[in-house]
Design a protein. Structure first.
Length: 104
C-alpha cells in the first residue's frame, strides 16, 4: 500500500512543448507563405510574357507546375526528415536551399 505522504497523481512541473500552443504560429506561417506565393504568380506571368516572350497559356502552365511542385515537395521533405535525416538537419538544409535559390 502507498504511504499517505505520496500523492496519488504526480503532476509534472515541466511545461509541455508543442501541441495547441504552437498551432497559431504554424497557421500564421502557412498563411503568409501562401499569400506571398499567390502574390508572386501574377507578376511571374507578366515577367515570363515580357522577358521570355512566352505565350500566356505556356506561362500559366509553367507556373501551375511550379505551384504544384512547391505544394508537394514539403510532403517529400517530411518523409525524408522523419525516416532518414531528422527534423532539425532537414530544416537547416531546406533553409539553405531556399536561400541559394533566392540568390540564383
Amino acid at each position: 500500500m502507498e504511504s499517505p505522504s505520496e500523492p496519488l497523481l504526480s503532476i509534472s512541473k515541466t511545461k509541455a512543448k508543442g501541441g495547441l500552443r504552437t498551432m497559431p504560429f504554424i497557421i500564421a506561417n502557412e498563411a503568409f507563405e501562401k499569400m506571398a506565393s499567390y502574390g508572386l504568380l501574377p507578376n511571374m506571368i507578366f515577367y515570363l510574357k515580357e522577358e521570355y516572350n512566352m505565350e500566356v497559356a505556356r506561362a500559366t502552365n509553367l507556373l501551375f507546375i511550379w505551384s504544384a511542385a512547391t505544394n508537394f515537395l514539403p510532403v517529400l521533405g517530411a518523409i525524408v526528415a522523419d525516416s532518414y535525416v531528422g527534423r532539425y538537419p532537414m530544416i537547416g538544409f531546406g533553409s539553405i536551399a531556399s536561400l541559394l535559390v533566392i540568390f540564383i
